[in-house]
Design a protein around this ligand. Structure first.
Ligand SMILES: [Zn+2]
Length: 52
């Protein structure tokens, strides 16, 4: 059974400038997923080692 991680504790990895603005990268300290926050406020999630 999978338990969804709330990503409460994240570390800021850095930001990258794209065509549509700046994307900010975070990594969840609990599950290892990488979270990408776009300038529009859209959050993308890249599954980490704990979610494969
Ligand atoms: Zn998490």
């Amino acid at each position: 059974m999978e338990v969804e991680c709330p990503h409460e504790k994240v570390e800021f990895l850095g930001e990258q400038k794209g065509e549509d603005g700046v994307n900010r990268y975070y990594r969840c300290l609990k599950c290892g997923s990488v979270l990408i926050l776009s300038e529009d406020g859209v959050l993308y999630e890249v599954a980490g080692p704990g979610n494969v």
